[in-house]
Design a protein around this ligand. Structure first.
Ligand SMILES: C[S@@+](CC[C@H](N)C(=O)[O-])C[C@H]1O[C@@H](n2cnc3c(N)ncnc32)[C@H](O)[C@@H]1O
Length: 481
């Protein structure tokens, strides 16, 4: 029976209260979890094993959110973060947690989500596949300009004037207009951080203002860096709100003097009001239109706006898992649904009879076709269309693309549309290899597929993003008979 005195104590907890908490778990998204009786308290940056002093910032009936004020007792899994921005920057959640524990957390999250949302009670996920690099693993990063710098709370008193500088970096969690003026981002190769420093100096010297995300005024918008891991290629794309020929030429001169290894240099413009670094008009100042990246025996041309897995070395491992689960013997007809630029299609093409990739973005389909030609791959077809309705006419699909033996699916975070799941259940391939970057929608979709026709054979979490709470997993579904 519940103790009414304790119940009262929980009910009395309110916003602003200070509490001492023992953290015993991590929640989806990475916050530490502590409890006061039945009340679950989420604390950003707190780790299991820590005893912490927190301030309650939000209180609901069954849960509360609190801000970490002080670590009173350390966790045995705690490590020293490399980055001096850690804790403020929205990029990393776990630099202070030992990598093995990050992997264990991701495995547990996949298991719990599949159990809770998918009903797979006895499921055990395989141990998370570690990333070959835990720092410097990203091949692409987008930085934003802002006239507003994030100042850590403890330094706020030293700020004397209204901020109106030029800052270049990453967003603070929960603030779309304030920027951490990043010196070194540990998720990028060191050369890329040097580029950030040089571009910041250039922007400051230009006399043009940084773009203000609230009033939509200003000049400098974004910096996008792509550095291949398996080739020497380096792309730098500076995005502004307008084209300025004199500035573009100065930029080119400065970048070539400081970074002769640049293989593609762009100055781009965008009028888009959103905070997404998308270049609408691109001016290639020097070098090649694309960078080349290698995955296994394949070479991929990546243009400035196109999607490519950001952790190249781990993408290869991810695709190896996909290829292993697809169990291809060179006779199968394979569908690659949500194929993007066709990377998975090409990767499995050598062991398939034919692969048909389906994708809704025209530029990605163009990339996929170009990459197939570049690699001399002749057994892949790429189809442009929205999969929501695109698979609905099963007869049409079978007539044009044949009966699929294996479907590989890699949907965006929202997962598959119910109509796509229904279409798959009419097509009934022998195997489905489901890649997902969101365990919640993976659980939802796999549950539907496994209601009658399929069973979940295994599930492999793959750590594509060390130090972040992002979780990628590959599930293998076999037909029941
Ligand atoms: C997670 S990405 C997968 C990319 C690819 N498999 C890879 O590894 O590079 C998801 C892809 O689904 C595409 N997409 C999103 N919604 C779609 C839809 N309704 N129909 C077809 N493709 C869609 C996106 O454009 C994106 O390329």
């Amino acid at each position: 029976m519940k103790d009414p005195v304790e119940d009262k104590a929980v009910a009395a907890i309110k916003r602003g209260d200070l509490l001492e908490l023992q953290i015993d778990d991590l929640a989806f998204g990475g916050a530490g979890v502590g409890r006061v009786e039945d009340l679950v308290v989420f604390v950003e940056q707190a780790l299991p094993g820590q005893k912490v002093l927190v301030r309650i910032v939000k209180k609901k009936k069954s849960f509360a959110e609190a801000r970490l004020l002080q670590v009173l007792a350390h966790s045995p899994h705690q490590t020293e973060p490399q980055c001096r921005h850690f804790g403020q920057c929205g990029g990393c959640a776990f630099q202070h947690l030992a990598y093995e524990q990050q992997l264990a957390f991701k495995q547990k999250q996949v298991e719990e989500t599949m159990r809770r949302l998918g009903g797979f009670e006895s499921l055990q996920a395989l141990p998370t596949l570690p990333s070959p690099q835990v720092y410097h693993y990203r091949n692409k990063m987008e930085f934003s300009f802002s006239p507003l710098q994030w100042i850590p709370a403890e330094l706020l008193g030293q700020q004397t004037a209204e901020d109106a500088g030029i800052y270049l970096g990453l967003h603070v969690k929960g603030f779309f207009d304030k920027i951490i003026d990043v010196a070194t981002c540990w998720l990028l190769p060191p050369l890329a951080s040097e580029v950030v420093g040089a571009v910041r100096e250039f922007a400051v010297a230009s006399g043009k203002p940084a773009y203000h995300a609230r009033n939509h005024e200003g000049f400098w918008r974004f910096l996008v860096i792509r550095q291949a891991q398996n080739t020497p290629d380096l792309m730098v794309n500076l995005v502004a709100s307008e084209y300025d020929e004199a500035l573009a030429q100065q930029f080119k001169k400065m970048m070539h003097a400081r970074f002769p290894q640049i293989s593609s240099l762009y100055y781009s413009t965008t009028q888009n009001l959103s905070g997404v670094a998308y270049s609408e008009e691109e001016y290639l100042l020097s070098g090649n239109r694309c960078i080349n990246e290698k995955l296994g025996p394949f070479i991929f041309e990546i243009s400035s706006n196109s999607f490519f897995q950001t952790n190249t070395l781990q993408a290869q491992r991810l695709y190896d898992v996909v290829a292993e689960y697809a169990q291809l013997q060179s006779v199968e007809n394979v569908f690659d649904l949500y194929c993007g630029a066709g990377t998975i299609s090409l990767y499995v093409s050598q062991t398939a009879r034919h692969v048909t990739g389906f994708e809704s973005v025209a530029a990605a389909i163009a990339d996929a076709r170009r990459n197939a030609t570049l690699n001399g791959v002749e057994n892949c077809t790429f189809v442009l269309g929205d999969l929501r309705d695109g698979l609905s006419d099963t007869q049409h699909i079978r007539t044009h693309y044949g009966q699929p033996d294996v479907c590989i699916i890699d949907p965006p975070r929202g997962g598959m549309h119910p109509k796509t799941v229904e279409a798959l259940l009419r097509l009934l391939p022998a195997r489905i290899v489901h890649v997902s970057c969101n365990p919640a929608t993976l659980a939802r979709d796999v549950k539907l597929l496994c209601a009658n026709e399929y069973h979940l054979e295994k599930i492999q979490p793959v750590d594509m993003f060390p130090h972040t709470a992002h979780i990628e997993a590959v599930a293998l579904l076999q037909r029941n008979h």
